[in-house]
Design a protein. Structure first.
Length: 480
C-alpha cells in the first residue's frame, strides 16, 4: 500500500499511541440521515447525496459494523447506465449485490412511473428490512433490558397524570405513539419481518415529530437522551433511507436508467505486531519530542495504570488492520481516473473516522462526505496502490504522516490525562442544526485515571472485529 516497511510500522505505532492518549480527535459533525427529511431536499445535489448515504446504510448489513461498514459513489453519464460503485470494509458478496439489484428494480419502477411511491413503498421497506435484519435485530435486542421497560412504563403512567393542553390533537397522537413503546421494546427475533416494518416507520417519528415531547417526558436535554432512545432513532434511519431513495426515483428518474451495482474488491486484512520490540515506545517518544522520554514514559505509565508502558503499547499494537471502505473507493478512483464521478461525493453508512477524514481532506480528488465522528481507530491502514499511484501521492503520504506525528507530539506535551467526550459513530440523536463544520477544537473532560482505563477497554471492545482474531491466518505478517 501507500506506506511501506518502516514507514508503515512507524505510522501504526504513532496512530496507536495517539489513540491511547485520546481516541477522539475533535467534535463530530451531522450526517445527512440525521438532518430533517425536508432539509435541503430542494437542492439537486443534496437529494442525491442523501440517497447515497441511504444506500450505503442499507449495504451495511451486519450488527458488527466493522465488517460491513460501506461507502458508495455514483458514476453517471455512462453509455450503459449509472453505476453505484460500492465498497465494504471486508468486501461485498454476490448475494448482497443480487439483493441490492432487486431493490433497485423496485425503485426503477417508480422512476419510470410504472408504480406510485405509495404502491412501491411497502416492497422497498421490506427489502431494506430483509437486507439489514441482523443490524435491526441487534438494535431491537438492546431494548429488551428490564430497566428500560420499567422506565417506559413509569413514563407512560406519569403521562396519564398530565393535564391536556390546548394542543389536544397533537398530544393525543403523542400518547398513541408512546403506548407503542412497550410493544416495540418487546419484539422478539421470531417475529415476521413484515411485523417489524410499522415499528421502523414509528421509530422515525420519534426524531422528526415528537423529539420535544420526548425530551420533556424524560426531563432531560437533547444531548443527554437515554442511550436506549438513540437505538430507537437508529431504527428510524431505515425508514428515512427508504423515503430518500423513493424521492430520488421521483425527482431524478434518469439516474435509474440501466442502474447497477459494481463492488470494489476489498484488500485482505493484515496482522500487525511489534513482536518482541522492547523499546518501541521509547524510540517513538525520542523521535517525536525533545522531552526526556523516560519522564514521558513515567507519565504514560501513571495514566495507563501500568509499571510497563512499553508492554502496554506492544499489547495495543497487536491487532488486525483493515482498509476502510472510504479508502477503498478513493484508491479505486486513483487507479481508474477515467471513472471519476461527476458528483464528487461518497455516501457512507456511518460517519467517517478521523484518519479517513484527514486523508480524504488532503487528497487531490477533494471528494466529499457527509460527516466525521472524529474518532481514531488504530486498526486503520492505507489502501494498496500501484507504484505509479504511490509516487504520485508521495508528498500527500508524507504530509499525512507528519501531521499525525505532530498531533501526537502536541498531545504528549499538553494533553496527557485529558480526553474529549466519546461520541457515537452514527446518529447522535435529534439534531437542532442540519449542517456542520469540521473542528479540531472540542470540549474536554478531565478524566480520573480509572475512567481512562475504562475508556481504553471500551474502545478496544468497539474496535474488535468479530470473526477476525489473532489466530486467523492471513498468510503472513508483513510487518515485524
Amino acid at each position: 500500500h501507500g506506506l511501506l516497511g518502516d514507514a508503515h510500522r512507524r505510522f501504526v505505532i504513532v496512530t496507536t499511541l495517539l489513540s491511547l492518549i485520546d481516541p477522539v480527535r475533535g467534535e463530530p459533525t451531522v450526517h445527512s440521515l440525521d438532518s430533517h427529511p425536508h432539509d435541503g431536499s430542494w437542492k439537486h445535489d443534496q437529494l442525491l447525496k442523501k440517497a447515497l448515504d441511504s444506500f450505503a446504510l442499507i449495504c451495511s448489513t451486519s450488527r458488527n459494523g466493522r465488517k460491513t461498514a460501506s461507502a458508495v459513489c455514483i458514476e453517471q453519464g455512462r453509455p450503459n447506465g449509472s453505476i453505484l460503485r460500492l465498497a465494504r470494509n471486508l468486501g461485498a458478496s454476490e448475494g448482497l449485490i443480487s439483493q441490492l439489484h432487486d431493490l433497485l428494480r423496485d425503485l426503477t419502477l417508480v422512476a419510470f412511473k410504472e408504480k406510485t411511491v405509495k404502491e412501491a413503498e411497502p416492497g422497498v421497506l421490506l427489502k431494506i428490512v430483509t437486507l439489514t435484519q441482523d443490524k435491526i435485530w441487534s438494535l431491537l435486542e438492546k431494548l429488551h433490558d428490564p430497566e428500560i421497560h420499567t422506565t417506559i412504563r413509569r413514563a407512560i403512567f406519569d403521562l396519564g397524570d398530565v393535564e391536556p393542553s390546548s394542543e389536544v390533537a397533537r398530544e393525543t397522537n403523542f400518547r398513541h405513539w408512546v403506548t407503542n413503546l412497550p410493544v416495540m421494546a418487546s419484539l422478539e427475533k421470531s417475529s415476521e419481518l413484515s411485523l417489524v416494518i410499522p415499528h421502523i416507520k414509528w421509530a422515525s417519528e420519534a426524531k422528526w415529530i415528537y423529539s420535544e415531547q420526548i425530551e420533556a417526558m424524560f426531563g432531560i436535554g437533547e444531548q443527554d437522551l437515554p442511550y436506549w432512545l438513540k437505538h430507537v432513532y437508529k431504527l428510524g434511519r431505515y425508514y428515512a433511507a427508504a423515503k430518500s431513495l423513493l424521492k430520488l426515483a421521483v425527482k431524478q428518474p434518469g439516474i435509474f436508467t440501466g442502474i447497477r451495482v459494481e463492488a470494489v474488491e476489498a484488500p485482505d486484512p493484515e496482522r500487525f505486531s511489534l513482536r518482541q520490540d522492547l523499546t518501541a515506545l521509547k524510540t517513538i517518544l525520542t523521535r517525536l519530542t525533545k522531552t526526556n522520554p523516560m519522564e514521558l514514559m513515567n507519565k504514560l505509565g501513571q495514566i495507563w495504570l501500568t509499571d510497563d508502558p512499553e508492554a502496554r503499547l506492544r499489547k495495543a499494537c497487536k491487532m488486525v488492520l483493515i482498509v476502510h471502505a472510504d479508502m477503498q473507493l478513493l484508491s479505486f478512483y486513483d487507479h481508474n481516473t477515467e471513472l471519476t464521478p461527476r458528483l464528487l461525493f461518497m455516501g457512507t453508512s456511518k460517519k467517517t473516522c478521523y484518519l479517513c477524514h484527514e486523508f480524504i481532506s488532503r487528497h487531490p480528488l477533494t471528494i466529499g462526505v457527509s460527516a466525521s465522528h472524529q474518532k481514531l481507530y488504530p486498526t486503520w491502514m492505507p489502501a494498496p496502490c500501484s507504484s505509479a499511484v504511490r509516487k504520485k501521492h508521495k508528498i500527500l503520504l508524507w504530509e499525512f504522516s507528519r501531521h499525525l506525528e505532530q498531533a501526537t507530539a502536541r498531545d504528549l506535551e499538553t494533553r496527557l490525562g485529558i480526553r474529549r467526550m466519546m461520541t457515537m459513530d452514527s446518529t447522535d440523536g435529534p439534531s437542532l442544526t442540519t449542517t456542520g463544520t469540521f473542528s479540531s477544537e472540542s470540549h474536554t473532560d478531565e478524566l480520573s485515571i480509572r475512567s481512562v482505563e475504562a475508556d481504553d477497554k471500551a474502545l478496544s471492545a468497539s474496535e474488535s472485529l468479530e470473526g477476525i482474531g489473532e489466530t486467523s491466518d492471513f498468510g503472513h505478517d508483513r510487518f515485524h
